[in-house]
Design a protein around this ligand. Structure first.
Ligand code: GDP
Length: 442
């Protein structure tokens, strides 16, 4: 052994002799414990994932078993021999006698009954879904509405576009109720909200819809900003009046938009109503003047006037409308009998501010809220009607001629807040009511 190695060994021996043996033992013990616990952790997590995988496998197998059982009983009920190749993982009692009923209907091929939705139910589907989903969040974990959760309720109502004022009054009604008891359940809350919304909405008497002036046609002026669905609404209204057997003339006074005139003519050809138009870029007031003369001469029952909504400034637009009204009054002093503002339901609060502006300059007799089918903001109907004190007369629920329905407060409320917390109904309810009320008004 060389001197160098000898010296190295001596140093190691000296070092070992100088180290406290107890300390060494402790350090070694800690190291061993640490190593073992790390090993244990790894083993535990492996075992955990294996257990989970097994659990999933068991669940999949039981689903498969249930499915096979269902198929087996359906096949047995239909009287067809069970093929031996159909393997079932569920045990089948060997000695059980198989009864084959003679004239059992074949349950497997039976078509699912289709639930036909009313137009109002279709139109309100998005609003209802969104409103009910929000409402449910107030009751998660079996909670009920109490004084602390009223702020959440108010926030929810405002976010559903029913407007700050209506939200305030609805929450006040719920607060009164909560004050008298421990809490309010979901169904009770729906009832309270329904009552409140019914109070806020303006109800139109049915006789209003049958109004027909004597000695002149009924003149309906349709106003609104560009793109909200005015021309479409005029065409839909014309189609409705035609279906009632009335002679209808539409005056295409949106002379700034050649496409609007053309669009109306195409609707007229399909819906069997006449369209009066002037030369391109003619003054709307001049076209209306001539149109009313023609309507009186030819004894039309109803005149619907489609106006422009694209003037550069608000005051221009209002002046233009004033000119159109003057043209009408030169021939029929008490007309227009109706001034309908069309607003786009998709634009929510924007629709409300448009309605405010129009109402300030030209008194409105009714509102038409379009595109209800494409918006979760159906609550805007409550806000507009309450703030302007103008009734919503029609709602648009699609692009086809028949997709304009007369607005009915009970149907609207029932579609927004169905009488049950079962979401399965959320599409079909109110169907019969809506259909019945629509039919009676047509
Ligand atoms: P105007 O500029 O106000 O005359 O608007 P239009 O009548 O030209 O309509 C603008 C767009 O809205 C068109 O594509 C229409 O088909 C569509 N529209 C109108 N009403 C409804 C409705 O109730 N539902 C849906 N989904 N679309 C609509």
């Amino acid at each position: 052994m060389s001197g160098f190695v000898q010296e190295y060994l001596n140093r190691v021996r000296d070092f070992v002799a100088s180290v406290d043996l107890n300390l060494l033992v402790i350090v070694l013990a800690v190291g061993v414990v640490y190593y073992l616990s790390a090993k244990l952790k790894v083993a535990k997590s492996r075992a955990g994932s294996e257990v989970n995988a097994l659990r999933e496998e068991i669940e999949a197998l039981s689903r498969e078993t249930a499915e096979l059982r269902a198929r087996l009983s359906a096949v047995t009920a239909s009287g067809v021999e069970v093929s031996p190749s159909v393997e079932t993982k569920a045990p089948v009692p060997a000695a059980a006698p198989r009864v084959i009923p003679a004239a059992q209907p074949r349950a497997v091929s039976e078509p699912e009954p289709r639930v036909e939705l009313s137009p109002m139910a279709r139109g309100m589907a998005k609003s209802r879904g969104s409103f009910l989903a929000k409402l449910k969040t107030l009751f998660t974990g079996g909670r009920s509405i109490n004084l602390q959760s009223l702020d959440d309720l108010e926030e929810l109502l405002i976010s559903s576009d029913v407007g700050a004022r209506v939200s305030g009054s609805l929450v006040a009604a719920v607060r009164d109720h909560v004050g008298k008891r421990d809490g309010v359940s979901e169904l009770e809350l729906r009832e309270l909200l329904k009552e409140g919304i019914r109070r806020e909405l303006i109800v139109v008497p049915n006789s209003h819809r049958l109004y027909q002036p004597t000695g002149s046609p009924l003149v309906v002026l349709v106003v609104g900003v560009n793109g909200v669905g005015k021309t479409t609404t005029v065409a839909k209204l014309a189609t409705r009046y035609r279906a009632q057997g009335k002679r209808v003339l539409c005056i295409a006074a949106d002379t700034f938009r050649a496409a609007a005139v053309q669009q109306l003519k195409e609707w007229g050809a399909r819906g069997d109503f006449e369209v009066f138009s002037g030369p391109e870029n003619a003054k709307p007031a001049a076209v209306v003047f001539d149109g009313i003369v023609a309507a009186k001469e030819k004894e039309f029952d109803v005149v619907l006037i489609d106006t422009a909504g694209r003037l550069h400034t608000k005051s221009n637009l209002m002046q233009e409308l004033e000119g159109v009204k003057n043209s009408i009054r030169r021939h029929i002093p008490e007309a227009p009998h109706e001034t309908l503002l069309v607003v786009d339901g998709v634009s929510g609060q924007n629709a409300l501010s448009q309605a405010r502006e129009f109402n300030a300059s030209t008194p409105l007799t009714g509102l038409v809220v379009t595109k209800l089918d494409g918006t979760p903001k159906g609550g805007i109907i409550v806000a507009i009607s309450q703030e302007l004190e103008v009734p919503v007369l029609y709602v648009g629920v699609g692009e086809k001629a028949q997709d304009l329905i007369e607005f009915s407060v009970p149907d609207f409320i029932e579609e927004l807040l169905p009488n049950t917390t079962d979401d399965g109904r959320a599409g079909a309810g109110g169907c019969d009511n809506a259909a019945a009320s629509n039919a009676s008004m047509a």
